[in-house]
Design a protein around this ligand. Structure first.
Ligand code: CUK
Ligand code: CUA
Ligand code: CA
Length: 655
């Protein structure tokens, strides 16, 4: 019986229908099939992949194998879901305020992170593209996730013990348009490319020996190197500038250790779309990291007024090579041993596998076919392992643990599975570089992921395709449609599409990490409140500073104090101290009519500052349903008109 025709689904529970259901229940067959999830019914059919969650209680056992951290694009943070259940878990706000997830600039810590250090503007629009999980020896370690904002020159560190943003670092000398981001195999270096060409400080263009015209260009490109300390703290290390903008990037490992590989699709240095396709090829870049550090050590750099501590190095002073890649390459990805660097001509059907061992030999033997802006151009014949004609619009590539590459095609709307060459042939016993499987996608693949598919040891088993278009896959939900994350099991050929999930527009790269590396470190409560546990609730009036300081404890289901007075126009510094120790019992402080709402997790301490510029009674209330007395968990901020204020209206708490 088709689910569609089920009377339960249609909600037509007429007496006649209920009667029929009862008969069905008594007979114990057919009708029962209607109300069970389709997976439970499908379980008997042989060969079909069985979804591990036929019934909810099995989900309570928390049996998902992987967390997926999906960049939220214009949502400005991350989506988090489980695999293979494809169940949405949460969101992590980063660059955009999001009060649903307790991330509001009313909190000074958040406000400071969102503030551009040079302009002091609070920047609340972001566009996340490229998450990069921290790693040790080239393998995810579950400590942090780093991610960029394409709209502004800033990157963030998310701490995986709290699923909260711990740091936002602003990159100097650029206006944004930063794109590819990659973390080194031991998480001590991060590289952030500027895809959009810039008009930098004149000190930089002078150092580069290039001229840049504000109106006519051509502009110049850059990437930033960021140091990551052992506690995850990020700091600007250096910048390299060159004639082009740089798109995607990976820091190498294994055979490509010590090198940064990146792409540029605009080696034309064009200022509009069509001329960006003028050349029949652009480049893949190979940057030697040690040579960048040496240029800095040798003093071959300039600095700018904006960032006097950040050395800016010219491409001329470092070791860099290019090799031609057909028409406008985008993604550049590295196989698990670090040997193959794969990229593709986005506007072609061609996918290129570069052998990094051959590349190092070609550099040694000077197999150059010329130069561009002084950069030696490596002979494609000397560095390529394969050039494959695979389909329309190859965009991004990931790798599994069986020696296969997975290439996503935007135009073809599919993923092609391709065996890699040596040393992987002993794993798959296939002729390398020939398609062995085609995974249909719905529709237009952007990024794709294999769990661990950008590391030295992919976990394999699944591919998730992040499709840009959903067309009619889901119920209509307005002209701006969600995207479609599709889960395939890749343990067999053909791969099986096992689930789909709509997710907000629009994710770019996403990564999946074993649940066992993250779940055990996730905190359920904070311990900050212990430090101030001895402090008593109080209200202090500072007439010189025109400031009221409220020290408030918060516990089910009371604010203490639950009322205080403020003279109109004064600043109110409110310290909220959660005395909760139980998991999942968060409170909050939202103030009627004041554009102010902060979340307070168990054991957390938060400071909120606001100016009492609206006279009257303003209730503050708890924002989460924390107990059956949640609605009653509220109190009053009484803002007394300036003319009416007398010191006897001060609030004094009984001690
Ligand atoms: S990009 Cu969006 S699909 Cu910003 Cu990595 Cu290629
Ligand atoms: Cu505390 Cu609701
Ligand atoms: Ca081009």
């Amino acid at each position: 019986m088709a689910l569609k025709s089920s009377p339960l689904v249609q909600g037509v529970l007429t007496p006649k229908v209920v009667g029929a259901l009862l008969v069905g229940l008594l007979l114990g067959t057919l009708v029962f099939g209607v109300v069970l999830p389709s997976s439970a019914r499908g379980a008997a059919s042989s060969g079909a992949y069985q979804r591990p969650y036929p019934l909810p209680h099995q989900y309570w056992a928390r049996t998902d194998e992987f967390y997926v951290f999906a960049s939220g694009g214009q949502q400005g943070g991350l989506y988090v879901y489980g695999v293979p259940s494809m169940k949405y878990l949460s969101e992590i706000p980063i660059f955009n305020p999001d009060q649903a997830w307790g991330w509001t600039p009313e909190e000074p810590k958040v406000r400071k992170m969102l503030t551009n250090p040079w302009t002091e503007e609070v920047v609340t629009r972001g566009d996340t593209h490229h998450p990069s999980l921290s790693r040790t020896n080239g393998v995810y370690d579950g400590r942090w996730l780093f991610i960029n904002d394409k709209l502004h020159p800033r990157i963030a560190r998310v701490d995986l013990d709290t699923f909260r943003t711990g740091q936002i670092l602003w990159l100097p000398n650029g206006n944004g348009g930063d794109h590819g981001l990659s973390v080194s195999p031991n998480s001590d270096l991060l590289v952030q490319n500027f895809e959009h060409e810039q008009v930098p400080d004149p000190a930089i263009t002078q150092h580069l020996g290039l001229t840049v015209d504000l109106l006519k260009g051509p502009y110049v490109g850059a990437f930033s190197g960021v140091n990551i300390a052992s506690d995850g703290a990020m700091s600007n290390a250096w910048q390299v500038w060159g004639p082009w903008g740089f798109d995607m990037v990976r820091i190498g490992w294994g055979k490509s250790d010590g090198w940064i590989v990146s792409t540029s699709y605009n080696t034309e240095r064009a200022l509009s779309a069509v001329p960006m396709f003028a050349r029949d090829h652009d480049y893949a870049f190979f940057w030697n990291i040690a040579s960048i550090r040496k240029a800095v050590a040798d003093g071959k750099y300039v600095t700018t007024k904006q960032a006097p501590d950040v050395p800016v190095v010219s491409w001329k002073d470092v070791e860099v090579y290019v090799t031609p890649i057909p028409l406008n390459p985008h993604g550049i990805d590295i196989s698990p041993t670090g040997k193959y660097v794969m990229t593709s001509g986005k506007a072609t059907t061609l996918v290129v596998a570069i052998d990094f061992e051959k590349t190092l030999e070609a550099i040694q033997n000077k197999r150059f076919i010329g130069d561009d802006f002084g950069i030696p151009i490596l002979d494609p014949d000397a560095v390529r392992a394969a050039t494959m004609d695979l389909g329309m619009g190859p965009t991004h590539i990931e790798f599994d643990n069986q020696g296969y590459a997975y290439v996503g095609f935007f135009v073809d709307s599919d993923i092609k599975k391709v065996p890699l060459g040596e040393p992987y042939t002993r794993l798959h016993n296939k002729e390398p570089w020939k398609v062995v499987d085609v995974l249909p996608a719905h529709f237009s693949v952007g990024h794709l992921l294999v769990p661990g598919g950008d590391t030295a040891q992919p976990y394999g088993k699944y591919v998730i395709s992040m499709n840009k278009l959903t067309k009619d896959t889901f119920l209509p939900h307005g002209p701006l449609e969600s995207e479609n994350h599709e889960l395939y099991n890749i343990e067999q050929v053909p791969a099986q599409l096992i689930d789909q999930m709509p997710l907000g527009p629009e994710t770019h790269y996403s990564q999946a990490i074993p649940a066992s590396l993250v779940a055990p470190r996730v905190k359920t409560t904070y311990t900050e409140a212990r430090a101030v546990a001895a402090e008593k609730p109080r209200v202090e009036y500072d007439y010189a500073a025109r400031e009221v300081r409220v020290h408030m404890t918060v516990v089910r289901s009371f604010f203490t104090p639950d009322a205080f007075t403020v003279p109109e126009g004064w600043k109110v510094k409110t310290r909220l101290v959660s005395q909760e120790t139980a998991m999942d019992i968060s409170h909050g402080f939202a103030l009627d009519g004041y554009n102010l709402s902060v979340s307070l997790d168990p054991g957390e301490v938060k400071d909120v500052e606001w100016v009492a510029d609206k006279p009257g009674v303003h209730w503050f209330y708890c924002i989460w349903f924390c107990s059956e007395l949640h609605m009653e968990m509220r109190g009053r901020a009484i803002v007394v008109p300036q003319a009416d204020w007398t010191p006897d209206k001060e609030t004094h708490l009984a001690s």
